[in-house]
Design a protein around this ligand. Structure first.
Ligand code: F0G
Length: 461
């Protein structure tokens, strides 16, 4: 299982190519669609390329895998301590996995959300906190995979267009690997914390006078014209790393898969990756079902929602994206076809939520002592709608994928508590809930009397 025994399949026309034949933009030469990693020795998909079809089919033994993955939790080897490479049998993309570039990503906590569950009348509500990764977002799990692949292929430079988190992750992993990184960011439209990470980790950081979708277009040309390796989520190796939280969730549920997993949707790589992970697990006999995977978008950046509503997920119309959840401010998502397929295959849903609903949900997750960045909070906001509409039932188990750490966007949080985040008309219908969640910082004279007066008032309240 350790050799890089994989091939790439087009999600549009199903053409199969060997890894060495891949284009720099990771798109199919025939139809321009995205590619997906496939393992001929055990993947579900049919036709194999002649070069790989000659080998025997070796379906891994589920019991042995579960045991091995648990054993590795005791190991001191860096790749065993990684929550991505601990599962390396299911992502044999490297010739030398022991040389993977790792910051010990993954192995993130699964928290019970008791207060939110009570509010919604749900019996089992959990948050899988991918913001607890080394650079504070889920991007690390994909970056360790794709950047290790870039290094194995001899690249010196890697590049991405980003709403912030991908750039932070890429810059960190590139520096660990002594590689160089180039970051393209939409000027003024990402949080300072994420920008500061890219600088600190040593990336060449360019802010472009455009949005994320414009940065993607520019980067496509740069990649064509310079020897840089593309690390946006069109890179199918990213998604191989990003499928491992599905394995962690399964492990944490003792291989009894939860009923629902809810994910924020931006460029739509993550929902695609998790779907792939859960579907592969079932195919291999590691689990007996897949969860319904639902994707939640911001109302101002909702192209997948609109696509499923109006075109059954068969085509997509890009939108001019606008949301304060800047991580998902994306109007032309690359992986929309993969994500639509995952929602349809698993029986999940796609929802959209307003700016006020996002802000309120973020404050509610904060009150659980967990916190997350705004883009992650769309999951709870979307869950509320799904429960209200009867699409998720009281007795069903639900996992929210929290994709980023609360410290990723403290400007948003401070603006919320100051009352400067939302315009009056945006909060319509939620004024009471929002004002109950807002906290003021108090400026007091430096005396215990002053502090005790405040404490007393708080105790009485
Ligand atoms: N949540 C956070 C915190 C993100 O940073 C992103 C994407 C998403 C959700 C959406 O995930 O794109 O896989 O659907 N951020 C990218 C970036 C685009 O550049 O950091 P997706």
């Amino acid at each position: 299982m350790q050799e890089a025994s994989h091939q790439l399949r087009c999600v549009g026309c199903s053409a199969v190519i060997l890894p060495d034949a891949v284009e720099k933009d990771f798109r199919c030469v025939d139809c321009g669609e995205l590619l997906e990693v496939e393992y001929p020795s055990w993947s579900a998909a049919g036709a194999l390329t002649p070069a790989l079809a000659t080998g025997p089919r070796r379906t891994p033994n589920p019991g042995a895998l579960r045991w091995l993955w648990q054993e590795r939790l005791q190991s001191r080897l860096p790749i065993d301590q990684s929550g991505v490479w601990r599962f390396r049998e299911l992502l044999p993309i490297l010739l030398y996995p022991e040389k993977a570039v790792t910051l010990r990503e993954g192995n993130t906590p699964l928290y019970r959300l008791l207060q939110c569950a009570d509010e919604l009348g749900l019996e089992q509500l959990y948050a899988k906190h991918q913001g607890m990764n080394p650079t504070g977002s889920f991007k690390d799990t994909g970056m360790t995979a794709a950047l290790s692949q870039a290094r194995e292929r001899g690249f010196q430079w890697v590049a991405c267009a980003s709403t912030g988190n991908t750039s932070a992750a890429m810059a960190a992993y590139a520096s660990r690997a002594r590689m160089n990184s180039l970051v393209l960011l939409p000027e003024g439209k990402i949080s300072w914390s994420k920008l500061s990470q890219a600088l600190d980790y040593g990336a060449v950081t360019c802010q472009l006078n455009t949005d994320f979708d414009g940065c993607v277009r520019v980067l496509a040309e740069v990649v064509r014209r310079a020897p840089v390796y593309l690390l946006n989520s069109v890179n199918p190796y990213r998604l191989e790393g990003q499928k491992t939280p599905a394995l962690e969730i399964a492990e944490e549920f003792d291989w009894q898969i939860p009923d629902h997993v809810i994910v924020p949707g931006g460029n739509l790589g993550n929902s695609s990756a998790l779907g792939k992970g859960f579907l592969e697990m079932m195919h291999l006999g590691l689990s007996t079902k897949v969860p319904k995977i639902s994707v939640v978008q911001a109302e101002g950046a909702n192209p997948l929602y609109m696509s499923l509503l109006h075109h059954d997920g068969q085509e997509i119309e890009p939108v001019q994206a606008n949301t304060r959840a800047t991580a998902i401010r994306i109007g032309n998502p690359a992986s929309w076809r993969k994500a639509a397929r995952v929602i349809q295959q698993t029986g999940g849903y796609c929802e959209q939520v307003s700016e006020a609903e996002i802000a309120l949900a973020k404050a509610e997750i904060g009150q659980e002592g967990i916190g997350c960045e705004p883009a992650s909070a769309v999951t709870l906001a979307g869950l509320k709608k799904l429960v209200r509409d009867g699409r998720i039932h009281r007795a069903e188990s639900v996992v929210l994928l929290l994709t980023g750490h609360t410290l990723k966007d403290s400007e948003f949080t401070i603006d919320f508590h100051r009352g400067t985040l939302l315009r009056g008309e945006e909060t319509a219908g939620l004024e009471r809930e929002i004002s109950e969640k807002r906290r003021a910082t108090l400026s007091l004279e430096a005396s215990s009397d002053a502090v005790l007066r405040v404490l007393e008032a708080a105790i009485q309240a």
